[in-house]
Design a binder for this molecule. Structure first.
Ligand SMILES: NC(=O)c1ccc[n+]([C@@H]2O[C@H](COP(=O)([O-])OP(=O)(O)OC[C@H]3O[C@@H](n4cnc5c(N)ncnc54)[C@H](O)[C@@H]3O)[C@@H](O)[C@H]2O)c1
Length: 259
């Protein structure tokens, strides 16, 4: 997607990865950027607006666990922008002590947001088509036992996003879906990680965590914007240790048809 002149909605745009991706997107002469997040960040918004005076930048308060709030934010943003070209679902929580919240924020909220984005972007419903980018994780590709609940939510994100990228849906709606799977990225999400694991007893796995190589969020962000610019519908991208790789997802099952 050529981002110049485009309208972007970014959920979780003030987070560690989100704010770096927004900064990178703003370099592309966007028409507008709507940031949906839990709390405002006036300082960051002010700095962005001063640096990019030709882009309309605004904030909508959204707690992704509150569906009416999410619906209202999409409605308000649509009233202001008329259409969206790109929606990024980039909010997240990693704390396995909060089972329901982990699923609500990482999976249920992302599903609701993707379906609402489609309502506004689907070419059969008056939209113009576009791209929805959902942030999963390497934990959405491979079970990560230390964070089994987060990993389950992220596997759900990968499956849901790949499902909505089915070519038959894409041909109908004109909305492409891409899955992004970052590896360890230095953001507040990783803070006190060992206090947020599924179980609190000691295991050898816990000793490995501090040794896992991390990437800076701005490096992850640069690669993510490259994917947005170059990626195709249905792509699943691993963005780890500063590298980007489109994954060849294995086919594990095919339905056997009756005669
Ligand atoms: N940092 C990593 O190592 C890493 C690795 C893989 C995937 N990810 C994923 O990348 C995305 C961004 O994570 P990050 O590392 O920038 O984390 P972060 O904690 O810095 O940012 C998370 C963002 O989500 C928002 N958020 C949290 N709860 C919310 C709610 N109820 N409603 C609305 N917004 C809410 C926060 O306000 C924040 O903007 C997440 O989906 C995360 O799971 C991160």
């Amino acid at each position: 997607m050529d981002l110049a002149g485009k309208n972007v909605v970014y959920l979780g745009g003030f987070g560690g990865i989100g704010q770096k991706v927004c900064a990178e997107l703003l370099e592309r002469q966007l028409k507008a950027l709507a940031v949906f997040d839990l709390a405002p960040n006036d300082q960051l918004m002010g700095a962005w607006q001063a640096k990019y005076p030709n882009t309309e930048i605004f904030y909508q308060k959204v707690d992704i666990t509150q569906k009416p709030e999410l619906e209202a934010a999409y409605k308000a943003a649509a009233a202001r922008l008329q259409h969206f070209d790109l929606v990024v679902n980039g909010m997240g929580l990693m704390n396995d002590h909060f089972v329901e919240l982990t699923i609500q924020i990482n999976l249920l909220g992302l599903i609701n947001s993707s379906l609402l984005a489609l309502e506004h972007m689907d070419q059969t419903k008056g939209g113009r088509g576009g791209l929805v980018v959902n942030i999963s994780s390497v934990a959405g590709l491979q079970p990560t036992p230390l964070m089994s609940i987060y990993s389950a939510a992220k596997h759900g994100v990968t499956a849901f996003t790949r499902g909505l990228a089915d070519p038959a849906y894409y041909a109908h709606t004109g909305v492409a879906f891409i899955t992004i799977c970052p590896g360890f990225t230095d953001t507040p999400l990783l803070a006190d990680m060992l206090d947020k694991t599924t179980f609190s007893f000691e295991t050898p796995m816990k000793k490995i965590i501090p040794k896992v190589k991390r990437q800076p969020p701005e490096v992850c962000a640069r690669n993510m914007v490259k994917v947005i610019e170059q990626g195709q519908n249905g792509g699943v991208w691993k963005l780890d240790v500063g590298e980007m790789e489109e994954l060849d997802m294995p086919v594990m099952w095919k339905p056997v048809l009756q005669d």
